[in-house]
Design a protein around this ligand. Structure first.
Ligand code: PXG
Length: 286
C-alpha cells in the first residue's frame, strides 16, 4: 500500500501528492514546518510542536488555514490511515502558489502538508560509542536578521553547515553565533556536563527552542542536576566532562569528540546515559 499524504484536508497517494511549482514555499522557502515523532501510537509533545508551528507562522505573518485542534486531528488521521505507531511526522505549511515575484500578498491558498513515515533511526552504535562533531565556519543566522527560533522552510544556513561538517567526516556540525558563542548543531541542540552541572546555550544565543531540549532540561532537574541556560564558548565544550545533542530525530545522543579533541574520557558519560534512559521512558509514556 502506498503511503497517504495529507494535503489541505485530502489524502493522496505518495506518488500523486503534489503542489504547484509556483508555490512560494518552493520559490522562496516561504513557509514553516515541524518535525514530530510518534512512540507506540503517541505523538511526543504534540501540543508543543503545534504551538511552535503557530509561533513560526506568526513570525513570518502567515495565517494558517485551520485551527490547532484541526491540525491535531489531521496528524492523528494521517498516522491512523498509514498504520504508523512508531514514526516520524513532517508538517509543512507553504505560503501557497503566487506570481514569480516575492510579494506574499499575491499568493493564495497556503498548503498544509502532513507526511507520516517510518523513522530512519541513527545506527545504534552511534549511541554506544558517541558522535564526533566539528565546529564549522558557517555562522548561525543572526537572530536580528532571521531568527533561528522560526522553523522556516529556508534551512540553507543549516545545510551549508551540514555540508562543511560532512566534508570533515562528521554527521553533525556545531555552529557558533555572530559573537563566537556556541549556538546549536544543524538539527540538534547541544548540552555539556561539568561537575554535575548541565549547561546549554540560552534561546538568546540564537537557537531553535528545541522540544527535546526543553524535555531534557526538565529531566535534568528531576535527576537532581543543576541546570543552566548560559552562553557557552568552544572552551566550555572542550573542558566538559560530557557533551550530548538533543533533537526529535536523534533524541539524546552522546558526543565524544569535538574538533578532534576528546571530551571527558572519550566514552558516553553517566549523566548522558541516565538522561537518555529518562528520555526514553518519558517518550514511551512510562
Ligand atoms: N535545532 C535545529 C536547527 C533543528 O532543526 C533542533 C534544534 C531540535 O529541536 P527538537 O524540537 O526536534 O528537539 C532542530 C530540529 C531531521 C530532523 O530529519 C531535524 C529536526 C527535527 C526533526 C528531524 O534531521 N530538527
Amino acid at each position: 500500500m502506498s503511503l497517504k499524504i495529507w494535503i489541505n484536508g485530502k489524502l493522496h497517494d505518495k506518488e500523486d501528492a503534489k503542489i504547484s511549482v509556483y508555490d512560494h514555499g518552493l520559490l522562496y522557502g516561504d513557509g514553516v514546518f515541524e518535525g514530530l515523532r510518534c512512540y507506540s501510537g503517541r505523538v511526543f509533545r504534540i501540543d508543543e510542536h503545534i504551538e511552535r508551528l503557530w509561533d513560526s507562522a506568526q513570525a513570518i505573518r502567515l495565517e494558517l488555514p485551520l485551527t490547532p485542534s484541526a491540525l491535531h486531528e489531521a496528524i492523528d488521521e494521517t498516522l491512523r490511515v498509514n498504520e504508523i505507531h512508531d514514526g516520524y511526522i513532517r508538517v509543512v505549511v507553504t505560503r501557497g502558489a503566487g506570481t514569480l515575484g516575492l510579494d506574499p500578498n499575491l499568493t493564495a491558498d497556503p498548503q498544509v502538508i502532513i507526511i507520516a513515515d517510518r523513522i530512519a533511526l541513527y545506527p545504534e552504535e552511534l549511541y554506544e560509542s558517541g558522535l564526533e562533531i566539528v565546529t564549522v565556519s558557517v555562522i548561525r543566522n543572526h537572530q536580528a536578521a532571521l531568527s533561528p527560533r522560526i522553523k522556516s522552510l529556508n534551512y540553507l544556513n543549516n545545510i551549508l553547515a551540514k555540508i562543511e561538517g560532512l566534508k570533515a567526516g562528521c554527521v553533525e556540525a556545531l555552529m557558533l553565533n555572530s559573537h563566537g558563542e556556541v549556538a546549536e548543531c544543524t538539527g540538534d541542540n547541544i548540552f555539556v556536563v561539568r561537575r554535575r552541572v548541565l549547561s546549554t546555550p540560552p534561546v538568546e544565543a540564537g537557537i531553535l527552542e528545541g522540544i527535546t531540549r526543553d524535555a531534557v532540561i526538565e529531566l535534568g532537574r528531576e535527576a537532581g542536576l543543576e541546570v543552566r541556560e548560559v552562553p557557552l564558548t568552544k572552551h566550555d565544550v572542550y573542558i566538559a566532562d560530557e557533551c550530548f545533542l538533543t533533537g526529535t530525530a536523534a533524541e539524546v545522543i552522546p558526543v565524544v569528540k569535538v574538533d578532534s579533541r576528546t571530551i571527558g574520557n572519550g566514552q558516553p558519560g553517566p549523566v548522558t546515559c541516565d538522561l537518555r534512559e529518562r528520555f526514553f521512558k518519558l517518550a514511551h509514556g512510562e
